[in-house]
Unconditional design. Structure first.
Length: 192
């Protein structure tokens, strides 16, 4: 579940609920099938002002991991089918995520790390480039099951021959319910 606001703890305008099922082919390749419900309201309304967009999204995802000594790299490819209250669209996403553990050689319980990612969003219709999202911040893997990661997000949206950038603070708590079953080193990152 995710909530977004225009200011700290107020002016909420967006929420999403999503989930998925993944399968680790091996430690370097993971496939995922996901589904989500996304709702956007007019700015500053705390979910009271009119609903401006309602979306149901289905996606398929391939994640490839690379381990270069202390630097952990993740390539994520995602294809999305998006049903809106106004129609249907496809979207294609690519994200390069990097994480570097600080106090341990590998990611694991009680590990502090630095992380950064950049993600591009493309559509199947002109103007094709839709969005770019950049993240940078520290993180802490509390246990095999829990990771917390605050950080800075810059998101640039391209619409109607113009662009608009926004700055965000993001706080992510990841709960991994299958951590005991996985022997692979997990590369932390935003699951969005």
């Amino acid at each position: 579940m995710q909530l977004r606001s225009q200011s700290f703890y107020q002016d909420h305008y967006y929420h999403e609920v999503k989930g998925g099922v993944s399968y680790a082919i091996n430690k370097n390749f993971v496939v995922l099938l996901g589904i989500g419900d996304y709702q956007t309201y007019s700015d500053g309304g705390n979910f009271v002002k009119p609903l401006t967009a309602h979306e149901t999204r289905l996606w398929q995802q391939l994640t490839m991991n690379h381990y270069l000594e202390r630097v952990k790299l993740e390539h994520r490819y995602r294809i999305e089918q998006r049903w809106f209250n106004t129609g249907y669209r496809n979207r294609f996403r690519y994200r390069l995520n990097a994480a570097v553990p600080i106090n341990n050689k590998k990611m694991g319980p009680k590990t502090f790390y630095l992380a950064s990612f950049n993600e591009i969003f493309l559509t199947s219709k002109a103007p094709y480039f839709e969005r770019n999202r950049f993240f940078a911040g520290p993180g802490y893997q509390i246990s095999k099951h829990f990771t917390v990661q605050p950080g800075y997000v810059y998101q640039f949206d391209y619409k109607n021959n113009a662009g608009q950038g926004k700055h965000f603070f993001q706080l992510t708590l990841t709960i991994d319910i299958n951590a005991e079953k996985s022997a692979a080193e997990r590369i932390p990152g935003n699951l969005d």
